[in-house]
Ligand binder design. Sequence first.
Ligand code: UT7
Length: 343
Amino acid sequence: MPNSNKSQLRSPRLKRPTRSVHIVGTGSYVPDRILSNADLEKMVDTTDDWITTRTGIKERRIAPDYMCTSDMAVEAARRAMEQANVREDEIDLIICATITPDMPFPATACIVQHKLGAKRAAAFDMEAACSGFIFGVEIGQQFITSGTYNTVLVIGAEKLSTIIDWQDRQTCVLFGDGAGAAILRSRGEEHGILTTCMGADGSQADILLMPAGGAKYPASKESVSAGMHHLKMSGKEVFKNAVVAMQTAAEQALRNCNLTIQDIKCVIPHQANLRIIEAISDRLGAPMEKVYINLHRYGNVSAASVAIALDEAAREGRFQRGDLILLVVFGSGLTWASCVIQW
Ligand code: UT7
């Protein structure tokens, strides 16, 4: 439990890297179809009022049957590449963070590589659930800092609608589909990604999971009829852990950079529940005006959530070049991560 997790948070790099790494472009994509709280009222025993007051979510996006996670990832990636002015043949590495890959293998990142025509790029998937995008940014940053690669594409992409039990009102109202992407490069100047922190607590793996489909419970008639291929969550437990872990991770990142929350222009948290975000904002002493929120429009999009939020906040001009931003996420695993960027 991240309650006493200050000591567990790993901050692998307390010094500035020798080669600073920047996010030089972002992009995002959400499917057109909107599933509103009113629509859900017709599907399960719920109300717009319950969903709004307990979560802050008003609507979410649902991808059509023909659209895979990789298709959304490619759309988000193209937008990030366009903004960064990066061609397919300049990408050295593609990291795709997802819990809803197109299939168990090959990696969705390889399918994205092919669809983009990024033939030079190495590609792999990375699974840290809702924390995956920041884990991916940290991994990509390490490759650039070490001089191994120059240009890394990090994607968070999910088609969560495929693993939701649409008869379970406790979970089906929470999630949606979409993708976000970022291009990482060294701009040969100061600032960029100042610190990242990642953490995990596998002792609580069972509070947010999809039990079957892996080696422990391979797909079978029994696993399907027992609903074991759906996302399961102990909401209250996850909620409590999320607040503590995200607060601790955010504070750790600020300490690493010798900054206070007052120095931060914009906080971009994982978009799971407005009450979680308000609790973190309160604990960090960050006024809500500083906190970017889009969960009312998309719900929780797991690894894609913070990536979409980063792209939208950047495009809306919520921060400018040189401003400090704080990203903080939490997810199944349990996992959590934070990141301070001087934009
Ligand atoms: O991305 C990874 C991170 N995920 C999260 O951070 C999610 C964390 N958890 C949460 O956001 C919240 O725990 C939930 C939104 C999932 C649930 O909110 P809650 O305030 O913890 O509600 P609860 O589960 O304690 O349920 C309260 C009541 C229950 O009824 P009783 O037992 O009091 O009669 C539920 O059955 O609300 C009922 N309920 C609903 N009622 C209407 C649960 N879901 C619904 C629903 N509509 N959709």
